[in-house]
Design a protein around this ligand. Sequence first.
Ligand SMILES: [Zn+2]
Length: 467
Amino acid sequence: MRNSRKLQKIKEIVNSVRWHEVKEEAIELLRKLIRIDTTNPPGNEREAAELLSKYFSEYGVESQIVESEPQRSSVIANLKGKKDLKPLILLSHLDVVPANPSEWRFPPFSGEIKDGYIWGRGAIDCKGLAVVEAVAMNLIKRAGIKPDRGIKFISVADEEMGGEKGAKYVVENLDIDGFGVLNEGGTGVVLGNRKIYMPCFGEKGPLWLRIKAKGKPGHASMPHKDNPNLILIQALYKILKSDLGRKLSDGFIRSAKFYLIDNKKSLSGLKIFFSLVEKSDFAKEILGKALSSLFYMLNKNKLSAMFSNTLSVTIMKSGYKENVIPEEADAVLDIRILPGYDHDELIEKMRKIVDDPRVSFEIISVYEPSQSDPVSDFMMMLKEATSAVFPSTFFPILATGFTDSRFFRKKGIPAYGFLPFFLTDEDLSTMHGIDERISIENIELGLKLMLAIILHICTEENSLPGL
Ligand SMILES: [Zn+2]
């Protein structure tokens, strides 16, 4: 393995940290952060940004708070590198989605510790990540390690509402450049009794679309064919029945070939197979269809969505009186588009499928799918650093949700999603759900992984202290 001496050194440094104390420090910081209610809307991230800024300043790490508007604050901290290299960017967000206290076991902004977990909205998404990144970065400073490459911590406002007042503002208004971004998105997962690192190299693009049916109003006692509710139902039925595009993306093939198949003699046949598939759009579509249908049948919706353009009807509005046929009806669709598809072409396709002049399509918002190279130096270092702490299968995937990473990719900075935890299905369901929590075990693992990742990406072997 390349870098084996360096990785051995990193392992020794990670093992030499007094984790019991550092873990307590991280837990306290996370509890404080959870107790600051940054539900978005409205966000009000200022107090949270100040808490992190103060934490950095206690250890002599310089930081600044930037505001896109009053109270919409993001915090940026810098640890300079010895060399003129682009920094590693550690990204996270300060805002959280709403939580209904009556459904929770503990109040969502309490930061309660119980059963080995820290409970609260944001414990995983994304205050847990912010804390692990901040504490690991501070550890570098405290250990007196002078990294060759700088480290830039950015925790932003407004991610949960699209990022206009957070990441987008920061990327567009500050002179941000980087070697690569480490953000939320992928994670380590627990599947049965196996643990697998599944960072993400890209994400689908969301298209929020309003479909409006115009008809004729009238008395409900005299049904007619121009009832907008019927027009809308028929249009939606046709769209839902159709195939909006399914395929194996090039990123998936590249990732599978490199991380799962390469160097495994027993799988050499599979490698040849993927090399053939890579050259044929037809084969990619056939396989995409097969896999998305198979996973859908098995109720593995997330896996199915990795190979298909998906559609969910999220809002329907129509009517105002029991006995009146209204004049219009509309529905909102949340469509998630794979890399390699174009949203205009997709809308055109739907228009043709519906084939009804009484139905119109209006874009509410759209973001293109975005991805970085799954087999980059950055990703290789992520793989090596994680395996130095806890060796396990490493398989980068395409995320079905979207994150702030897209703003950085648009600027040409590679961005990868990786929560340095091993999360079960149940853990994952609490993000944006009820009883969000993170285990203390995961906090410790996250700190170790993050420290190893920073050391591997930002220091050369001879800059690492001997023990
Ligand atoms: Zn998040």
